[in-house]
Write a protein that binds this ligand. Structure first.
Ligand code: PLP
Length: 477
């Protein structure tokens, strides 16, 4: 494809994308294909000679679309949302075209510098403490990671490194292996599995602590665990607090956890993967209270802030702790301005990195803070609309407080009936939901996800749900 053809095909592709998103509701939200379906539809090997655009283009509908779960569909209510906007799509096109690999400032200065400014913009939108921002002139700053899982791992590795140094200073006879064998990190029993995974990858123990009745991890629980572990000779070094847990969008008490962490010199990382976007609205910022205690903070604009995957925003108060943990400096990566600006390769696990800040720049400028706040508020409003429908039907109950865009609900009674209801919902195919469990209670999660979600979509989902529930309950009788 040369430039002339790209001009034509690129424009056609833009139309295809706009048509796809504008008409997405006409497709089934969840595919009905079986594992291995694509092997039946594509040749076993790549073509020897070039094929035509027309042949390829036709295969999008034939091969790909039948197996797509449409995450931006108005009837998609599973997991948490993944963000989307035309602004971000345009920016990503430019990012792909520039195609720089911004591992150091010199490898493409705009890539590093725009990211620094965007992370400051975003940090100010959340009203993060100044120490997290580059513009404070201190050691803090932000970086775009690929995912919240990576951010947690990066934080854990930096905390691990800091602890090893500290322990060795106090007792030079200790080996790294001795210290690591005694290190222990904590999260709540509601934390995302990526925290446990970070422990596995970092070869340190992670203990899941019990959350309270509101699925919140409290300071007292942490303080007791730390005390007990210290008595056993262990070294508490890391806590991951969650704001907006995956099962029920619950919030750990960061204020309480932070006080314990500061007292015990434990690294506090905050995972606000989904909920973080809501903190651009002042009315939700109370949930962030205690963030001043954190060493690192992360959320995913690619979940709820109109920025397409991947864009996971992470801030750290003292970036030298990342650089200490990840710094390897081969000659071919050195440059004359080293030390004057961040070389982001020291802030992350891979070497290569995309020009992801372009997506933030486009979205923040083309939507504005007000536009993004309205977006968040609309989703929260719709979640409360759904909650009201659940509360008005005495066959159902709400399982967890609805704070943002997630409603956790169930039919009153046994888990069994709820499992059957979910099975019927997903077999029916008009809406798509996933379940969750807290303790022994199985429930359904209704997440407001679609970029253009409206009241009629909530009403539609409720109609489908109650129709299927009525049928099910009738059969059971
Ligand atoms: N943390 C929380 C609280 C989440 O809800 C999720 C995913 O939904 C993750 C972490 C993982 O996010 P990522 O896919 O960006 O690693």
């Amino acid at each position: 494809m040369d430039a002339a053809e790209f001009r034509q095909r690129g424009k056609e592709m833009v139309d295809t994308v706009a048509d796809y998103l504008e008409n997405i509701q006409k497709r089934p939200v969840f595919p009905s294909v079986q594992p291995g379906y694509i092997r039946e539809l594509v040749p076993e090997s790549a073509p020897e000679t070039a094929e035509s655009w027309e042949d390829l283009f036709g295969d999008i509908e034939r091969v790909v679309m039948p197996g797509v779960t449409h995450w931006h569909h108005p009837q998609f209510h599973a997991y948490f949302p993944t963000a989307n906007s035309y602004a971000a799509l345009c920016a990503d096109m430019l990012s792909d075209a520039i195609g720089c690999i911004g591992f150091s400032w010199a490898s493409s200065p705009a890539c590093t510098e725009l990211e620094m400014v965007m992370m400051d913009w975003l940090g100010k939108m959340l009203d993060l403490p100044q120490e997290f921002l580059f513009c404070s002139g201190g050691k803090g700053g932000g970086v775009i990671q690929g995912t919240a899982s990576e951010a947690t791992l990066v934080a854990l590795l930096a905390a691990r490194n800091q602890t090893i140094h500290r322990e060795k200073e106090a007792n030079p006879a200790l080996t790294e292996a001795d210290i690591m064998a005694r290190m222990v990190g904590y999260c709540s029993d509601q934390a995302h599995s990526s925290v446990e995974r970070a422990g596995l990858l970092g070869a340190v123990k992670i203990v899941k602590l019990s959350s309270d009745r509101k699925q919140s991890l409290r300071g007292e629980t942490l303080a007791q665990a730390v005390q007990k572990d210290k008595e056993k000779g262990l070294i508490p070094f890391f806590v991951c607090g969650t704001l907006g847990t995956t099962p029920s969008c619950a919030f750990d008490s960061i204020e309480e956890l932070g006080a314990v962490c500061n007292l015990e010199k434990i690294w506090l990382h905050i995972d606000a993967a989904y909920a973080g976007s809501a903190f651009i609205c002042p009315e939700f910022r109370y949930l962030l209270s205690g963030v001043q205690f954190a060493d690192s903070f992360n959320f995913n604009p690619h979940k709820w802030l109109r920025v397409t995957f991947d864009c996971s925003a992470m801030w750290i108060k003292d970036s030298s702790k990342l650089v200490d943990a990840f710094n390897v400096d081969p000659l071919y990566l050195k440059h004359d301005n080293q030390g004057k600006v961040p070389d982001y390769r020291h802030w992350q696990i891979p070497l290569g990195r995309r020009f992801r800040s372009l997506k933030l720049w486009f979205v923040l400028r083309l939507h504005g803070i007000k536009g993004l706040q309205e977006y968040i508020r609309q989703h929260v409003k719709l979640a409360h609309e759904f909650e009201a429908l659940v509360l008005a039907d005495e066959r159902f109950e709400i399982v967890a407080e609805v704070v943002l865009g997630l409603v956790c609900f169930r039919l009153k009674g046994a888990n069994d009936i709820n499992e059957q209801l979910l099975q019927r919902i997903n077999q029916d195919g008009r809406i798509h939901l996933v379940p969750s469990k807290i303790g022994n209670t199985y429930f359904l999660r209704f997440a407001v996800c679609a970029p253009y979600a409206e009241s009629k979509d909530v009403q539609f989902a409720w109609t489908v749900l109650t129709e299927l529930a009525t049928e099910l309950l009738k059969e059971k009788k």
